[in-house]
Design a protein around this ligand. Structure first.
Ligand SMILES: NC(=O)c1ccc[n+]([C@@H]2O[C@H](COP(=O)([O-])OP(=O)(O)OC[C@H]3O[C@@H](n4cnc5c(N)ncnc54)[C@H](O)[C@@H]3O)[C@@H](O)[C@H]2O)c1
Length: 262
């Protein structure tokens, strides 16, 4: 686990579910949440990688459960929320983060791929919220953070279902925020730009290697490089913690000024 010089117990006594926790932004956030005192339920398709993340957290004295399953299915949402309540007795934070990004022109884009992207990226959040909100209402409320993308509002050819799913996440986020604000549940979206994760390694492979991707990143993201997963995780930590108690229904750009550029 990476050293956290500012470890302050910002999530002490909180219970959090993190989806897509086996790699990338989900893994980076799970590690930071654990360092800040949260007890965790990690959800992903990949059991071996989930176990590795869980082992890393437990080695540092953290508490961690894993649920292996497809976030697009109600059964996975039920199992994840039940695990949090059975093991830790409550649920305070839900980080809906799992996502996929198959690219292709709309004319060649298979209908099944469209359905799968909408199911994994958007419907999963509806399902997780349906199961998580009743448990949050039994406690002191909660914080839900949904991973959207800069590509919800700025896109380029080929992001057929991905951009649609990420735009839908922002609508869902606002609806939950206004419906449950009075009851102490907050719901915010994050919109990362380019981030160093396997998702972009796969994209680079499809373009012919990282050398092909770097000039695009430099041109699109004024920061001039990809964000690290740790840099994204710190923004999620703020939204998860009580420090952001009045931040609700927002969509936080974490994109090195990509969405500010012409
Ligand atoms: N990497 C970026 O530049 C970037 C930018 C903006 C938004 N995002 C979003 O961030 C989120 C995390 O992506 P990442 O970059 O860390 O990618 P990643 O591929 O490293 O991680 C995604 C994780 O989600 C899991 N997952 C995929 N489908 C699943 C399913 N059906 N059920 C359960 N788990 C599933 C994968 O196994 C993987 O562990 C995604 O929603 C992605 O769209 C990424």
């Amino acid at each position: 686990m990476s050293t956290n010089p500012t470890k302050q117990g910002r999530l002490n006594s909180k219970v959090a579910i993190v989806t897509g926790a086996a790699s990338g932004i989900g893994k980076g956030t799970a590690l930071l949440f654990a360092e800040e005192g949260a007890k965790l339920v990690l959800v992903d398709l990949h059991e071996d990688k989930l176990n590795e993340v869980a082992a890393e957290i437990r080695e540092e004295g953290g508490s961690c459960e894993i649920v292996c399953g497809n976030v697009g299915l109600m059964a996975t949402a039920e199992r994840a929320v039940a695990r949090a309540v059975d093991v830790y007795g409550r649920l305070d934070i839900l980080f809906n983060n799992a996502g996929i990004m198959p690219v292709g022109d709309i004319l060649d884009y298979p209908e099944e791929t469209w359905d799968e992207v909408l199911q994994v990226n958007l419907k999963s959040m509806f399902l997780m919220c349906k199961k998580a909100i009743p448990e949050m209402l039994k406690g002191n409320g909660g914080s839900i953070i949904n991973t959207s993308s800069v590509m919800a509002s700025l896109t380029e050819p080929g992001y057929t279902a991905y951009s649609a799913s990420k735009a839908g996440i922002i609508g869902l986020t606002k609806e939950i925020a206004v419906s449950y604000a009075e009851k102490g549940i907050r719901c915010n979206a994050i919109s990362p730009g380019w981030v160093e994760t396997d998702m972009n390694v796969r994209l680079a492979d499809s373009l012919g290697g990282m050398d092909k991707l770097y000039p695009i990143i430099k041109q699109q993201q004024p920061l001039g490089r990809m964000a690290t997963t740790r840099e994204i995780a710190y923004a999620v930590l703020f939204l998860a913690s009580d420090e952001s108690v009045v931040v609700n229904g927002s969509n936080l750009s974490i994109d090195g000024a990509a969405s500010a550029a012409i």
